[in-house]
Design a protein around this ligand. Structure first.
Ligand code: ADP
Length: 490
């Protein structure tokens, strides 16, 4: 050591006692029974005591909470006895002012030659921050679980099927609606299993689009048919949207399947209807044009023999076109809610007779009318006539071999019932429920009769707007009875 090295410098070098006192952790020594033997300033400051108030004055266990004291007796002491050390046990220490703080406690036992514990040296680190973070993490976890539950509650509530997939496209969540739709055993599912539910032709399209979306991280929009739990295929609009985190990394896919089957079928029905309607209109118009051409050719003929039959043909076809266009107009009025009723009181007997005149004039059918002549209705007479004429015309059209048509008008309790019956071929039972649907025709493909499947639908709408009922009773091979009721009250 150089001579000029001053004592003062030496004195300023590291002082073990000062290090002990000002360490960033607490040091504590206590005897086998817990009496405090030595304590550093850091721990004294944390606890709020002076050294003379603690050394030989307090037992270490006095600083512990009730639960801590039990733990100390039941676990700390036996452990120290057996292994000689304890590491990072979590305790709550009480300060002089009654408040508490969390510490981690490690200790080593000092033994004598007979292996009895002489003293215990302990290191205490303040664990308040860690505890705080643990609590925050717990809170965040609870919040996340709560949010997950809210999401699932919402996802189960909406009518769509909802699913999520991880970044690689593996489905990791499906909602209740999804499980029910496919009748899956609980939430056990696999992508392969779901793929089998896609209509085979659509499956290839789906796999290609999904792969493309996964690769490009772009939305997926595709319409395909999914097989429901009863084995039927229904059209769905499938959508998947990538969810990116703040760093613009793909985290998840959120997907939905919306049932658009009714919409798809309605569109198809509309297309079919347009094709039927054009065909139905074209037939009488072609026939009318033929008649007009012939009439044109014979305009200079002094005695045109075919004139009456051509005029009759032209008239018949114009009437057909007029009826078809009338039905179309009626339906668009109904759709727009523009079917206005002009209600008045009238007698049913004469009204029904009016409706039969055109058939009676032809003389091909016999109409037998039976009813209570005093019976009156409060309704829109023109619209009710439209319904009765439709029933009669249908009997003529669909039961041509039945030469008799039976019309009855009777009084029920608070209503009048009007029925039109024929002895025609009748209607199969399974078709009856659809007869009053829009565009419905029993034998739409091979029907030999013209029509748009609108007549009975219009009738049902008219009667419904009069708060009446409409229906049909039919037996195959025996005939059909179409009926409706009108409330009698004004
Ligand atoms: P359309 O205008 O095409 O005649 P409707 O709505 O009046 O249509 O009738 C619907 C279907 O009900 C018809 O396609 C026909 O098959 C059946 N139908 C109606 N009336 C009778 C009847 N009296 N006998 C047998 N079938 C009938």
């Amino acid at each position: 050591m150089p001579d000029d090295f001053s004592k003062e410098v030496l004195a300023s070098l590291i002082d073990a006692e000062a290090l002990y006192d000002q360490a960033p952790c607490g040091y504590l020594s206590f005897s086998a029974d817990g009496t405090v033997l030595k304590i550093n300033q850091t721990l004294l400051t944390w606890l709020g005591y002076r050294a003379d108030e603690v050394i030989f004055q307090k037992n270490f266990s006095e600083f512990l909470s009730k639960g801590g004291q039990i733990h100390y007796e039941m676990f700390f002491r036996p452990m120290l006895n057996v292994s000689g050390t304890v590491k990072e046990l979590s305790y709550e220490l009480a300060k002089r002012d009654g408040t508490t703080f969390h510490v981690l406690f490690s200790a080593v036992a000092i033994r004598n030659a007979q292996n009895a514990i002489l003293a215990v040296n302990a290191i205490i680190t303040d664990n308040t921050h860690r505890k705080h973070y643990e609590r925050e993490i717990l809170k965040a976890k609870k919040l996340a679980e709560e949010e997950k539950r809210t999401f699932q509650f919402l996802a189960d509530l909406i009518p769509e099927m909802i699913w999520t997939a991880d970044a690689a496209g593996e489905i990791d969540y499906i909602n209740e609606r999804f499980i029910h739709y496919f009748a899956l055993p609980d939430k056990v599912f696999s992508v392969n299993r779901i793929l089998t539910k896609i209509q085979p032709d659509d499956r290839k399209r789906f796999i290609a689009s999904w792969a493309e979306s996964l690769l490009s991280v772009n939305d997926l929009h595709i319409e395909l048919q999914l097989q429901n739990s009863s084995g039927q295929y229904e059209w769905h609009a499938v959508k998947a949207v990538p969810y990116l985190n703040e760093g613009r990394e793909l985290v998840k896919w959120f997907g939905s399947c919306t049932n658009i089957d009714v919409h798809k079928r309605a569109l198809k029905q509309k297309d079919e209807f347009i094709s039927i309607a054009s065909h139905e209109l074209k037939t009488p118009i072609t026939s009318l044009m033929g008649a007009l051409q012939l009439l044109d050719r014979m305009k200079n003929d002094p005695s045109p023999k075919m004139l009456p039959s051509l005029i009759e043909r032209a008239n018949k076809n114009v009437k057909k076109v007029n009826t078809l266009v009338g039905d179309l107009l009626n339906v668009s009025q109904l759709n727009a809610g523009q079917l206005h009723l002009n209600k008045a009181r009238f007698k049913l007997g004469p009204m029904i007779f009016n409706c039969c005149e055109h058939i009676l004039a032809e003389g091909r059918f016999e109409i037998l009318i039976e009813g209570d002549d005093s019976l009156e209705a409060f309704a829109d007479q023109t619209r009710i006539e439209q319904v009765v004429i439709n029933f009669i015309n249908n009997a003529v059209k669909y039961a041509p071999a039945s030469k008799q048509i039976f019309i009855a008008y009777t009084a029920g309790q608070g209503f009048a019932k009007i029925s039109v019956a024929d002895k025609g071929p009748g209607i199969p039972k399974d078709k009856l429920q659809h007869l009053f649907d829009r565009y419905y025709r029993v034998d739409s493909a091979g029907s030999q009769y013209s029509g748009l499947g609108l007549g009975l639908y219009i009738c049902a709408e008219i009667i419904q707007r009069h708060s009446g009922e409409i229906g049909v009773d039919s037996q195959l091979g025996e005939g059909s009875t179409f009926w409706f009721t009108l409330p009698c009250s004004s």
